[in-house]
Ligand binder design. Structure first.
Ligand SMILES: NC(=O)c1ccc[n+]([C@@H]2O[C@H](COP(=O)([O-])OP(=O)(O)OC[C@H]3O[C@@H](n4cnc5c(N)ncnc54)[C@H](O)[C@@H]3O)[C@@H](O)[C@H]2O)c1
Length: 283
């Protein structure tokens, strides 16, 4: 059985794929950002849905007692604007909650954990090829700063316990998932630009759109998560099919040629079936 902590955008896409592959799935969430009703179709297809909060030792123990073969740790306060308006909740979930999961799994000596981190851990001002050995960089918000703590506390407990941990540093994701959030602060740039361009509205491109982003389609990410971890022990890898500037994404959304001149490229060990250009061309 696969335990998915966090039944949000990524967790639901993963559950969707796992169920299609015949896996047994438990989806757990405290319904902070996702409504329970959004996962009802997954429940109908056989997922067991549990209400649980990673800030609660008892809730975590209750889920681990189900004896999962693997835990996907995707529960988080992931929004940058909400990190500004609710820093306490962000820390309680992303720092204390992640530590409690790390401790509980460490104490049991497993199972293997796959942690959904972020390419933001490397900070800004990057150039050239950026692989998973790149040091952590400066952070601008608690939603991403807390990912660094999460990686380190999970690695500390996994190493002590001799358990497997795959840290996957996700780029900006796009594409449909059984769970999508309508709040503008939860929409990421590819899908936001896609919608605006379809309505013929101008695309908000700050600073000439020079910022470079690693991006990946959520279907590719769900597959990569399902196949992880690829190696025993503690590992970290980037998950980005391509690296584009915001100006590139705007150009593709408006059906123009993109310059493709991002000053960096995220190295990744995985294969990807989907590209932003194809996704935006189809829309
Ligand atoms: N979506 C992206 O583009 C993207 C990019 C990089 C990294 N990530 C990371 O991947 C992970 C999953 O992202 P997502 O897009 O699915 O986010 P999401 O907000 O859709 O899902 C997170 C889920 O965690 C739940 N949650 C919040 N607090 C909780 C708590 N205390 N206990 C239990 N559940 C709680 C929320 O209700 C939500 O359903 C996050 O850590 C996020 O930072 C996502």
């Amino acid at each position: 059985m696969l335990l998915v902590l966090g039944a949000g955008y990524v967790g639901a896409a993963l559950a969707d794929r796992a169920l299609a592959a015949g896996e047994e799935v438990v989806l757990a969430d405290n319904w902070y950002a996702t409504e329970r009703g959004q996962v009802a179709p997954l429940e109908e297809r056989g997922a067991r849905v549990e209400t649980a909060d990673i800030r609660s030792r008892g809730d975590i123990e209750g889920l681990l007692a189900l004896d999962p073969a693997r835990v996907y740790l995707l529960a988080a306060q992931a929004s940058r604007p909400l990190a500004e308006s609710d820093p306490d909740y962000t820390e309680e979930t992303n720092v204390t909650g992640i530590r409690l999961v790390a401790e509980a799994i460490g104490a049991r000596g497993g199972p293997a954990v796959v942690f959904g981190s972020s390419l933001h851990v490397y900070g800004t001002g990057l150039e050239g090829e950026v692989d998973a050995t790149q040091p952590y960089g400066e952070q601008r918000d608690l939603a991403h700063l807390s990912k660094i703590y999460g990686e380190l506390v999970l690695a500390m407990h996994a190493r002590r316990a001799g358990a497997d941990l795959a840290i996957l540093r996700l780029g900006i994701l796009y594409g449909p998932s059984p769970v999508e959030h309508d709040r503008p602060e939860s929409q990421t740039v590819v899908d936001k630009f896609r919608l605006l361009a379809a309505r013929g509205e101008p695309l908000p491109v700050d600073d000439g759109g020079r910022a470079a982003l690693g991006v990946a389609h959520v279907d590719d990410v769900a597959r990569i998560l399902l196949e992880a971890p690829h190696q025993p022990g503690v590992s970290a890898a980037n998950v980005a099919a391509e690296t584009l500037t915001v100006a590139d994404i705007a150009a593709l959304a408006e059906g123009r040629e993109c310059a493709g001149n991002a000053p960096l490229a995220f190295a990744t060990p995985f294969g990807y079936g989907q590209r932003v250009a194809d996704y935006l061309r189809r829309s």
